[in-house]
Design a protein. Sequence first.
Length: 340
Amino acid sequence: MTDGSLASYGWDEVWAARLAELPDGLVPGRVVRHDGSGLLVSSADGVVAVPLGPRLDPEPVVGDWVALDRDHPVAVLPRRSLLRRRAAIGEGQQSLAANIDVVLLVCGVDRPVKAGRIQRSATLARDAGAEPVVVLTKAALTDDPEALIRTVTEAQPGIDVLVVSVKEGRGLDELRARVEGRTVTLLGESGAGKSSIVNALLGREAASTGRVRTGDAKGRHTTTTRELHVLPGGGVLVDTPGIRAVGLLDDVEAVTETFADVDEVADGCRFTDCRHEGEPGCQVAEALADGRLTEARMAGWRGLRDEAEAAAFRASPQEQKRREKGSTRHSRDASRRKRR
Ligand SMILES: Nc1nc2c(ncn2[C@@H]2O[C@H](COP(=O)(O)OP(=O)(O)OP(=O)(O)O)[C@@H](O)[C@H]2O)c(=O)[nH]1
Ligand SMILES: [Mg+2]
Ligand SMILES: [Zn+2]
């Protein structure tokens, strides 16, 4: 086996050191696909299919490096980052991908570009320790890309925005430069154009793409599993199914980072626990009055703060205890959720 092939998947000395802490004789592999029935793991010996067997803790997800013992994963190497969201149903969390450096927030311009969605997704990326980059794609379908860039940067000052058109090959070199050598995932609604970007960067039709409905440009959930592809110039891309809702977890810190401008102003408020809802000496109120902050930005901030706080409350020890005292059916549900 040569390390050359694994290097293209992102294997490096730091990972090798992690593996060296485990018993001898184990071989590294990267999880390249995860579906309901099992994993595909790429190792120096090729790709092995691993049926879901005895549970590992944590459960491996796409992007994870695992230690294999004769084609069976026996350990997950400590993650550098984990992209996760609140599960659409129930209160568990769903791990989307591991060891991600960059998250491309893909917005097709054939549909409205939503400020709230960009703020949420950026928060999700920061929660994972990854860098968010907005990609406005299908650029030829708008007359005024500049206006869309303004919408994005008003929603999220300072975020990087790339304008791309896969059909015309526009903006692909800039995008390639951003992703090369890194582990990158794409997030966005169904039909946004994620798989088309994956194919353009890979230079081949590796991922299937689907049509969108005429009228509202809604996609048809063409991509159904998360899958990792190796880029020709090095680095990997994780294509994901379109997601309708981006549920936040309890990471209030990540929200603070997304709204660094609000946070900086709020630092000057008279009360350290100011809610910026009419308290005396509130600097946020002043910034709103003199135009340094906009109502739209504050509305986004309030929504995300409330959501993160609610999630933090659900995860708090007191709340957990209160739940455990609930009916047995309740606690059985909770343990089932935990195992997912
Ligand atoms: N005109 C134009 N159409 C594009 C472009 N990129 C993607 N499309 C079209 O948009 C539709 C959806 O593209 P996909 O790449 O399948 O979208 P997706 O985000 O992967 O969708 P899901 O897998 O359902 O989440 C397809 O009909 C593509 O041909 C582009 O740059 N220009
Ligand atoms: Mg797709
Ligand atoms: Zn205040």
